[in-house]
Ligand binder design. Structure first.
Ligand code: ARG
Length: 460
């Protein structure tokens, strides 16, 4: 069949050009959205008296038949058909004849592709939101089980202060909460209907864009036709939200990798998420966590790709924009899968109590607590800091811990210990003393869990 625009041309494209020009290889995944958009369009056209009711019925029946045949694999397209929009329209005309030729009245591929992508965007981002909500639920659940379980808290990857497992997990809960909020925010701005913008300037037909918005479930029609066919910033916002969230995934994955290492042994990753080595029989490698750590790279790439594609393009539609889809699809697939895998992994990860306890006994984790206690006994913080610093040096020289120091040792470190005493330096005591708002004390983390659960329950 000749191209839909053959009238203007003396000859068709070379094969190699047709391949290069085509987007059908990747935009065929938009077929359901394309058909939904066309059905809303023709429904509105018939209500406006632009096509007859029976033409509309024929078109809708034809489109539904095409939908079924694409889904079953009966209908396959070729690069010659360029993109999913033309492939479906061409097939419709071949199947139902003249009525099919009226579908594209008052529409351009420029607004058509945008309505398809926005519909796809709204649907897919909803499933990503659902995956994020599942992940948050897993974090809440694991946090609740671990409000009293201790963990080494680090800064600069050096032992810093004791925290709880729940506290650490709730830190990630907050990060993913902001990811959810960013995605919801991007969705609320994207939820506008570009259909009816035409090629760039609207249409001479008396169409009803509010009606197609309603039929397709968009909040409202886009305000300006030129913007509607030119704008891709909703995808860029999405890619940026995806990049930030994947960065969070990558950080979490890195913690799983080192927590699982033979040096740390804080956790044991479930066998189902590990692989063996082809050569070394003893190996159990955290490949899935490593893959999660690495997946962020492609999503950053997707963001930079589209920012670069859009840079410097003039109003309104340019073929450059066809390059928007692969990065968006890639980021959707990667983000969705990564969140689901991470949730499943955390759900099954076992914390190794004895090993964690072993680590808690080194690194002078109670140092800040001792300084705070000296402050409470009347010493200014800067001086207390120095005294405890000297205690650490003393212990290091003697290869012992704070709890091994006798009163003579303490007095040898600083005369203040003639009158002053050490606080409870048990790890549990240190943790549970941190009751400040946002702190790691069990009571405070339980509050954070409650607030988080209430927020999560109210998302819609
Ligand atoms: N395949 C094109 C895309 O992905 C559809 C829009 C084409 N419009 C045009 N005037 N060539 O963006």
């Amino acid at each position: 069949m000749a191209n839909l625009w053959a009238g203007r041309f003396e000859k068709g494209m070379d094969d190699i050009v047709a391949e290069f020009n085509a987007s059908i290889g990747f935009d065929k995944r938009l077929y359901n959205c394309d058909i939904d958009g066309s059905i809303a369009h023709v429904t509105m056209l018939s209500e406006a008296g632009i096509v007859t009711a029976s033409e509309k019925d024929d078109i809708i029946a034809g489109l539904e038949g095409i939908r079924k045949d694409i889904a079953s694999g009966k209908l396959v397209f070729t690069a010659r058909q360029e993109d999913i929009h033309m492939a479906i329209e061409e097939t419709l005309i071949a199947r139902i004849g003249d009525a099919g030729k009226k579908l594209h009245t008052a529409r351009s591929r420029n607004d058509q592709v945008q309505v398809d992508v926005r519909l796809y965007f709204m649907r897919e981002t909803m499933t990503i939101l659902e995956a994020l909500v599942r992940l948050e639920n897993v974090l809440l659940e694991r946090a609740l089980q671990n409000t009293d379980e201790l963990l080494v808290g680090f800064t600069h990857l050096q032992h810093a202060q004791p925290v709880t497992i729940a506290f650490h997990l709730m830190a990630y809960f907050q990060m993913f909460r902001r990811d959810i909020e960013r995605l919801m925010d991007a969705r609320s701005r994207a939820n506008k209907n570009p259909l009816g913008a035409g090629a760039l300037g609207g249409t001479t037909f008396n169409i009803n864009r509010h009606r197609t918005s309603e039929l397709l479930g968009f909040d409202a029609p886009t305000e300006n036709a030129m913007d509607s066919v030119s704008d891709r910033d909703y995808i860029i916002e999405f890619l940026s939200a995806a990049s930030i969230s994947m960065m969070h995934v990558s950080r979490f994955a890195e913690e799983l990798v080192y927590w699982n290492s033979s040096e740390f042994k804080y956790i044991s990753i479930d066998d189902g998420f590990c692989t063996g080595s082809s050569m070394m029989p003893q190996k159990k490698n955290p490949d899935i966590a490593e893959l999660l750590r690495g997946k962020v790279g492609r999503v950053y790439g997707d963001l930079i790709t589209l920012l670069t594609v859009m840079k410097g393009t003039p109003m309104s539609f340019n073929k450059d924009f066809q390059e928007d889809k692969e990065p968006m699809f890639d980021a959707i697939d990667t983000w969705k899968a990564s969140i689901s895998i991470l949730a499943a992994m955390i759900n099954k990860t076992e914390f190794r109590r004895e090993e964690i306890d072993r680590h808690l006994s080194s690194g002078f984790l109670a140092a800040t607590d001792i300084a705070d206690s000296l402050v409470r006994q009347g010493i200014p913080f800067r001086e207390a800091h120095e005294i405890v610093g000297k205690m650490v040096k003393y212990c290091e020289k003697k290869s012992c811990d704070f709890t091994d120091l006798k009163r003579e040792d303490l007095i040898a470190v600083d005369g203040c210990f003639e009158t002053m005493s050490l606080p409870d330096v048990s790890m549990k005591g240190c943790v549970n003393a941190r009751t400040s708002f946002g702190g790691t004390a069990a009571s405070e983390v339980k509050r954070q869990i409650e607030v988080g659960a209430a927020w999560l329950a109210n998302i819609h």
